[in-house]
Design a binder for this molecule. Structure first.
Ligand code: SAM
Ligand code: SF4
Length: 335
């Protein structure tokens, strides 16, 4: 069906253009990071999550509505059967400028070359520590060497950019920020430090106590490195710095200490098919139910997405000191 009467641009009521979609393609994961999941997780039954065909359909509709960048995430996207074929199909969508992915790196040794063929331009790989014992204690089930091998495999595959994501927790890995940056410099890749966000009930882990702000990390790093502010802007919560005489950019993702909402350009498709308008709020519409209706057409779905822009909140509502009002886990939401 042709849909030329729809605008090729999604704009919310604050005038922000939404051209970036993050899709969580699975809630499952081979790790159980303390800030992301509880130790015992119940995952969603198959019929409650979008099928690969449904994800592809929605991705193509978003691209027709002007989305130019898609990030595939999860859960761990590479543990979903059929993920590589899905990536290949999304990567071939006309109008999509950038297909990128966030992964824990555990499957990259085997999959990095296939991702490159699928047109994945950039990869974010999570790495919170270089100490194998600490890695085990933060991820509960992960193996550091497997991830380091995955990082090297990705480097040798030749993506446009590789970036490490490190969630820094006080008294757990805050003493490693300099080593992590040095590791990124040695590997000629970028690194971003993320302030923990209060998503989901994750058990014994105390978020307020573990909070370690980007400003403190920056001060720690300044003892060893010169950080030159970079003009690069992503429309997201990151501030970037360059380290002279290296190829490394250091980013700080600071949902608590720096508000980034005024330039927000993104929405998220959760694993259950909810279109989530803001990571820090529950405003959403249920696209899964809509696309499963017998009379669903690409026009009705497009109109629903355009209408949803009217409920995109102005800003997020995170509060690290309180119990989470947001019961949704990061793995369902897509970080
Ligand atoms: N499994 C993949 C990974 O770990 O990279 C992709 C999904 S994971 C949910 C995406 C990113 O969200 C990771 O970099 C992870 O460290 C981050 N993350 C998970 N829970 C978080 C939380 N509560 N606060 C801040 N970042 C979080
Ligand atoms: Fe899995 Fe990523 Fe969540 Fe860790 S942060 S449990 S790797 S989804």
């Amino acid at each position: 069906m042709t849909t030329t009467r729809f605008p090729k641009r999604l704009i919310d009521r604050f005038g922000r253009t939404v051209d970036y979609l993050r899709i969580s393609i699975t809630d499952r994961c081979d790790f159980r990071c303390v800030y992301c999941m509880a130790e015992e997780m119940t995952f969603l039954p198959r019929d409650e999550i979008l099928s690969l065909e449904e994800i592809y359909l929605l991705a193509s509709i978003f691209v027709e509505l002007g989305v130019t960048k898609i990030r595939i995430t999860g859960g761990e996207p590479l543990v979903r059967k059929g993920a590589l074929e899905l990536l290949q199909k999304i990567g071939a969508l006309a109008g999509l400028r950038e297909l990128v992915m966030t992964t824990n790196g555990s499957q990259l040794l085997a999959t990095a070359p296939i991702l490159k063929v699928a047109n994945v331009k950039r990869i974010n790989i999570s790495l919170d520590t270089l100490d194998s014992q600490k890695f085990k204690s933060i991820t509960r089930t992960g193996n550091l060497q497997q991830v380091l091998d995955g990082i090297d495999a990705a480097r040798h595959t030749g993506f446009e950019r590789i970036k490490l994501n490190a969630v820094i927790l006080k008294n757990r890995n805050h003493d490693e920020v300099i080593d992590l940056v040095q590791f990124a410099i040695d590997k000629q890749i970028d690194i971003s430090f993320i302030e923990e966000m209060p998503l989901g009930v994750v058990g014994k882990h105390d978020r307020a106590e573990a909070y370690y702000s980007s400003d403190v990390i920056r001060a720690d790093l300044a003892k060893r490195f010169t950080l030159i502010p970079s003009p690069q802007k992503t429309g997201g919560p990151s501030d970037y710095y360059h380290i002279p005489n290296t190829q490394t950019q250091v980013g700080f993702i600071s949902p608590h200490s720096h508000n980034f909402c005024s330039t927000c350009n993104r929405v998220r498709l959760t694993v259950e098919g909810r279109l989530l308008l803001c990571l820090g709020n529950e405003h959403s519409i249920d696209l899964k139910t809509m696309i499963r209706l017998p009379n669903a057409t690409s026009d009705t779905i497009k109109q629903a997405i355009i209408d949803a822009m009217a409920i995109k909140p102005e800003k997020h509502e995170f509060n690290i000191k309180e119990q989470p009002v947001i019961l949704r886990y990061m793995n369902m939401t897509g970080g």
